[in-house]
Design a protein around this ligand. Structure first.
Ligand code: IPE
Ligand code: IPE
Ligand code: MG
Length: 259
């Protein structure tokens, strides 16, 4: 049976570390950051790139292994055409400017989402960056672009079903998980959304099943190392029960990591 190789939170109990192994972030609030300063919305997106750079560095310094950032949702096409176009150009320019540094720092870069709708220049820059960094293992940076959680589950289900077309078996969680666009990573331990909204906005719907959620009013361009530390501190204080009782959890901890 196909398996991603990572522990699924609904089929086994993952270990809890002090530092989240995988952090997933909805980077929200760029437009409001700019509006507060009487600047055009896109100025907020531009400043948001600095927060991305700082967050990558802070995550590496703290021992996080996977960082997944929601940059453009499948619903963001509904925005004004000039804002969409600015975001695409910003993505191209930022990637062209940063790819060498990502590679020198041992960062593996990936994009998840349906990139087929992007202009060919952007697709080429993405594919080149993915190829250049494919051998890196120190840190995994994933950008979700034209990504939607429902799209991901649907495309995974279609592919998994096609693979077992004549077997007559029911589709299993493991077979579906192996086809999800994040099958290369463990499920996120910590989810952060900046900008004050408390919703998932069609991000990693399948993978967030047991992720600890942290919502902050900090706008994405203001998100810095201390804001990240506050999120990690909140994560450390959580009791991750994965369906068990608090007493069971304490017994398991007393018996050691393999109980
Ligand atoms: C998040 O900031 C960036 C993207 C969705 C691309 P927003 O642009 O959503 O900023 P607000 O929410 O309008 O402040
Ligand atoms: C979510 O932010 C998507 C990204 C950050 C890329 P939005 O600003 O688009 O979300 P909604 O529309 O407020 O839910
Ligand atoms: Mg927003």
């Amino acid at each position: 049976m196909a398996d991603s190789g990572f522990i699924s939170s609904t089929r086994a109990v993952p270990a809890k570390g002090d530092v989240p192994r995988h952090i997933a972030i909805i980077m929200d609030g760029n437009g409001r950051w700019a509006k507060k300063r009487f600047m055009p919305r896109v100025a907020g997106h531009k400043r948001g790139v600095d927060s991305v750079r700082e967050t990558i560095k802070s995550c590496i310094d703290r021992g996080v292994e996977y960082l997944t950032l929601f940059a453009f949702s499948s619903e963001n096409w509904r925005r004004p055409a000039d804002e969409v176009s600015f975001l695409m150009q910003l993505f191209i320019r930022s990637l062209e400017r940063e790819v060498k540094r990502l590679h020198e720092n041992g960062i593996r870069f990936r994009v998840i989402g349906d990139v087929s709708r992007f202009e060919s220049k952007l697709v080429a820059v993405i594919r080149d960056a993915e190829a250049l960094t494919a051998g890196n293992t120190r840190f995994n940076l994933t950008i979700a672009a034209n990504y939607g959680g429902r799209w991901d589950i649907l495309q995974a289900a279609s592919r998994a079903l096609a693979k077992q077309s004549d077997s007559g078996e029911a589709l299993s969680e493991a077979a579906l998980e192996a086809e999800l666009s994040m099958s290369f990573a463990p499920e996120p331990d910590l989810f952060i959304r900046t900008g004050g909204e408390q919703r998932i906005s069609n991000f990693l719907l399948w993978q967030l099943a047991y992720t600890e959620l942290h919502f902050t009013d900090t706008l994405w361009p203001d998100f810095d190392a201390s804001a990240l530390d506050a999120a990690i501190a909140s994560y450390r204080g959580r009791e991750r029960r994965f369906g068990r009782t608090s007493d069971q959890l304490k017994d398991a901890e007393a018996q050691g990591p393999h109980a």
